[in-house]
Design a protein around this ligand. Structure first.
Ligand code: NAD
Ligand code: WQD
Length: 343
């Protein structure tokens, strides 16, 4: 019988790509999502790619009673991948309570039902934001956690601590936190991808929308950073590579191959790229000339962060493989496909 995995936030950007990889790896996926930042049509995309429509339950994970009812309805779930969260850094500064409530309450509810319904395995979506501006690059998993520079970032730090404390107190529960660097791109089929609401805050969705003509000139936030061309350096990882790491992590837990009850892995490529390198690689991959201008630094941005991936490579036997230009082309193909669909 197929093992059943609960994917929270499964109609979201990373959750949908992970659902595809889980199905293709032979898992039976059940999704919970309240569609606060995604569309129900994502299920059509998943079905087109895999031939399977995952079971979908629409409710808010902050509703503990609904979650209890869900657990009674699906007693065979052996593991949870928890993507559901609010994730807009700037918005979290404006609405801290909504962010703390949504991201922390939903996690606590999940941990309660894991304990109560004996669901032993959790993979949690964390972020490289927990490192702030690291003292040493590339950043390793044991680098110090710096004070978060947004309520969003703080929810990730607090969540990791809550998980760690819960695992320590309750034998039988195990978890892996995956700290993502900058996920970009889309499934090669262009059937699923990232669809930000309103003006994209992240670089690559802004680039694709600008190339499509929906947005004006790309603003490059600062060229006086301590980097070779002065623009910020990040570690951009293809979302499908990222999704595959989740399959590896959840399988490691299910098969009891984890070395500790709580483990943390960086998910990046290990390569740092500047904003201008991304812009020029996109131009090369697509043949489209982009309009951009250098503007002031964006408050809260750091000079550079990229991952030391050696621990994840070694322990998980996983590596990001998809080349950057292919990734940027996939983002562009998705932008074209979704705009056609949205009309
Ligand atoms: P996303 O917004 O596309 O997906 C999150 C999904 O969770 C959405 O479909 C949303 O509707 C759902 N959701 C939110 N709160 C919910 C609730 N209370 N109940 C039920 N559903 C709820 O975001 P994403 O980019 O796919 O990110 C997934 C996870 O990865 C998040 O935890 C995010 O913080 C983390 N992360 C994302 C990035 C990134 O750059 N995208 C980087 C690091 C970490
Ligand atoms: C990348 C680079 C910008 C937009 C954010 C969150 C982080 C994580 C990933 C969740 C930076 C520059 C951007 C633009 C630009 N998410 N930029 N013009 O800030 O590294 O990380 O997403 O956990 O927590 O903070 O990603 O894509 O916004 O920016 O010049 O219009 O592009 O200054 O150097 P960031 P990003």
């Amino acid at each position: 019988m197929k093992k059943q995995v609960l994917v929270t936030g499964g109609t979201g950007y990373i959750g949908s790509h992970t659902t595809v990889e889980l199905i293709e790896a032979g898992y039976d996926v059940v999704i919970i999502d309240n569609l606060v930042n995604s569309r129900i049509e994502v299920l059509d995309g998943i079905e087109k790619i895999t031939g399977v429509r995952p079971v979908f339950e629409n409710f808010d994970l902050c509703n503990r009673q609904k979650l209890e009812e869900f657990c009674k309805k699906y007693p065979d779930i052996v593991a949870i991948i928890h993507f559901a969260a609010l994730k807009a850094v700037g918005e979290s500064v404006q609405m801290p309570l909504e962010y703390y409530h949504n991201n922390i309450e939903s996690l606590i509810n999940l941990l309660y039902v894991m304990r109560g319904y004996k669901i032993p395995n959790l993979v949690f979506s964390s972020s490289c934001t927990v490192y702030g501006q690291p003292d040493k690059l590339p950043v390793t998993e044991d680098a110090p956690i710096k004070k978060a520079n947004s309520p969003y970032g703080n929810t990730k730090q607090i969540s990791e601590e809550i998980i760690q404390d819960t695992i320590a107190a309750h034998q039988g529960l195990k978890a892996i936190s995956l700290r993502y660097f900058n996920p970009i791109g889309a499934h090669i089929s262009a059937e699923i991808g990232e669809l930000p609401l309103g003006v994209p805050q992240n670089l690559v969705p802004f680039v694709t929308q600008s190339a499509y003509g929906i947005r004006e000139t790309i603003r490059v936030f600062g060229n006086d950073y301590n980097t070779p061309d002065g623009t910020g350096i990040r570690d951009y990882i293809n979302v499908v590579d990222l999704a595959r790491a989740h399959v590896v992590a959840i399988t490691r837990l299910i098969e009891n191959r984890n070395k500790k009850d709580y483990e943390v892995f960086n998910l990046g490529t290990g390569n740092g790229l500047t904003v201008l390198e991304i812009i020029h690689s996109f131009e090369k991959a697509t043949g489209i000339k982009l309009n951009y201008k250098i503007v002031e630094r964006r408050p809260g941005d750091i000079d550079a962060v990229y991952a030391d991936t050696s621990f994840a490579n070694r322990e998980l036997g996983w590596k990001a493989l998809i080349p950057l230009e292919e990734t940027l082309l996939s983002a562009w193909n998705w932008e074209n496909n979704i705009r056609k669909k949205l009309g």
